[in-house]
Design a protein around this ligand. Structure first.
Ligand code: ZN
Length: 92
């Protein structure tokens, strides 16, 4: 659960707040004269704003991961020779 500010005539500053107080405090500071707002409580799972944000962040991260994995070489080896358990053929 988190909170967003909904401005009366714009969609600016849709960043999430953890508490109602935080959201209201920020909104009060940012509000221009005559501008009104409401603080909305939303679920983490259904919040469209956060999901959009999340997707963008993930997309960025993906490209970074791809770059990193292409740098590291292919280090899978097959047919590695194991030392045989010792039956030393010593007659004598
Ligand atoms: Zn949200």
């Amino acid at each position: 659960m988190h909170y967003h500010i909904r401005w009366s005539d714009s969609t600016l500053d849709w960043k999430p707040f953890r508490t109602h107080e935080e959201a209201e405090e920020a909104a009060t500071r940012l509000a221009r004269p005559g501008e009104t707002f409401t603080v909305e409580r939303v679920s983490d799972k259904t919040c469209v704003r956060c999901l959009e944000l999340c997707e963008r962040v993930l997309a960025k991260k993906k490209t970074r991961d791809a770059e990193m994995s292409s740098q590291s070489g292919n280090s899978s080896r097959s047919g590695e020779e194991l030392p045989k358990p010792g039956t030393a053929d010593s007659s004598g």
